[in-house]
Design a protein around this ligand. Structure first.
Ligand code: SAH
Ligand code: SF4
Ligand code: F3S
Length: 441
């Protein structure tokens, strides 16, 4: 008897990539593979890549480079590079890294099993980067990372073409899964013990747009809320231009849909927003936030911000700081603009020098950190239900998240907890990134 075949998955990028990786794992398990302890020993290695910023690409290029030695030691290992960078660079990547056997674009996740079977039969290098495959329905199963939280993609691709962003070029046009197909996956996951779900898409507010129903996403939230056994529903990412009041009302009305809103605003200056092709103004964005607060007063609101978009002046940047102050976000993902070749912004004049971008990022982060801490301090004394997600870095301390996604730490005091267990924690300490407290059950 030969030894058991094993696989290793190395994942980069956003939640959509994590979800795709869970589907690769599902297919490998169906083919009889087991997870390898260490990728150096695996028979099949998949690197799932991201190219949203240059910094991500550099890291990944390094990792793919490392696999050269793995291939030299074991020529039989199958090395696949999948995801957004594979989609973008195609043949160039194969030339640069001859150790790669299969290059899988973003549309081939479903077909991976067949492609791998084909490769094992003929050992011919494969390059699969067409974006013509538009099937959105899901079959098969995923091997999920978490035993209680499940990623559920509801739509793929993006039609927005924000001028800085590579995603529409590497993920193709928008396509939505049917409500039935989504609900079926959620029900199946509930049977397997899952209780927390995140509905995923590059722009979830565009869900079902092809049907002409602007409220399709709001209806989907209400439908998922009714699935028996579902405890928490999150979703990401929303687009401020496309989020309709019906979505906010669904969050208000649905017991299981959590009261957090991730609403990337990217920049505060109307001129920059126009050149980013975001389709809203600062005023419209602030109106939307007001509508969220009106319906869901205890909402946690988070955002994404880019500093140093081409042509951004100090005055433009001040507008970004102004939005941050006015909204008082609970947290923000802040990025230095990264030039992505092929996108319109990469060709714009007046690229902002790196030094200026870094200086703005520091000011922005300092302001946001102050606000995050102040918001968290208001929560001291309150009790939250958190779902336990495992031991923290500190001995004898576990971590979990509130419904709204805030990280909470508490000492176990000798008690045993299980992953996904609901624990009531009374908060006694606030920090910028997290809360600390004591379990009170
Ligand atoms: N579809 C999602 C996720 C896009 S990528 C959305 O629209 O929000 C996540 C974040 O990366 C974006 O919100 C944006 O803030 C940032 N981003 C995208 N392209 C970038 C670039 N070229 N440089 C810097 N940040 C970028
Ligand atoms: Fe990129 Fe804009 Fe699409 Fe988000 S909405 S993925 S930022 S093009
Ligand atoms: Fe990266 Fe692709 Fe996601 S570029 S952010 S992995 S959609």
């Amino acid at each position: 008897m030969g030894k058991e075949k094993t696989y290793a998955l190395i994942n980069y990028g956003c939640q959509m990539n994590e979800s795709d990786t869970e589907h690769y794992a599902g297919q490998l398990v169906e083919m009889g593979y087991k997870r390898a302890e260490d990728f150096h020993d695996a028979d099949v290695i998949i690197v799932n890549t991201c190219c949203v910023r240059e910094s991500a690409e550099k890291k990944i290029q390094g990792k793919i480079g490392e696999l050269k030695a793995v291939k030299a030691k074991n020529p039989d290992v199958v090395i696949c590079v999948a995801g957004c960078m594979a989609q973008k660079d195609g043949e160039k990547l194969l030339k640069k890294h001859p150790q790669v056997d299969i290059l899988l674009g973003t549309s081939y996740v479903n077909g991976f099993k067949e492609l791998l079977t084909g490769f094992l039969a003929n050992r011919k290098k494969g390059l699969y980067t067409s974006l013509e495959i538009n099937d959105a329905e899901f079959e098969g199963h995923r091997v999920r990372q978490s035993p209680f939280h499940a990623w559920i993609p509801i739509m793929y691709g993006c039609n927005n073409f924000c001028t800085y962003c590579i995603v529409p070029y590497v993920r193709g046009r928008e396509r939505s899964r049917s409500v039935e197909n989504i609900v079926e996956e959620i029900k199946q996951a509930v049977k397997e013990g899952y209780k927390e779900f995140t509905l995923l898409g590059q722009n979830v507010d565009s869900y079902g747009k092809q049907t002409g129903d602007k409220e399709a996403f709001a209806k989907l939230l209400r439908t998922c809320n009714e699935v028996e056994g579902v405890e928490r529903i999150h979703y990401m990412t929303s687009h401020p231009r496309d989020m309709v009041e019906a979505v906010i009302e669904a969050v208000r009305d649905c017991e299981h849909v959590c009261e957090s809103f991730h609403l990337p605003f990217q920049a505060g200056s109307n001129e920059i927003l126009r050149r980013m092709n975001r389709g809203y103004t600062k005023e419209k964005y602030l109106d939307l936030i007001a509508t969220v607060r009106k319906h869901v007063p205890n909402a946690v609101i988070t955002t994404d911000i880019i500093v140093g978009f081409p042509g951004e002046t100090e005055e433009d940047f001040e507008q970004t700081l102004d939005v941050v102050r006015r909204v008082g976000f609970d947290s923000a993902y802040t990025f230095i603009y990264s030039k992505r070749s092929g996108t319109p912004a990469a060709r714009m004049e007046n690229q902002v020098p790196l030094e200026v971008k870094k200086e703005r990022l520091n000011r922005l982060m300092a302001l946001q950190n102050e606000i995050s801490l102040a918001n968290h301090q208001k929560l001291v004394g309150e009790t939250f239900e958190v779902l336990a997600d495992g031991p923290s870095k500190h001995e004898g301390v576990w971590s979990g998240r509130t419904r709204t996604g805030i990280l909470v730490l508490w000492p176990t005091e000798g008690k045993a907890y299980t992953l996904g267990q609901a624990v009531n924690v009374k908060i006694d300490t606030a920090q910028t990134w997290l809360l600390k407290g004591k379990a009170i059950d």
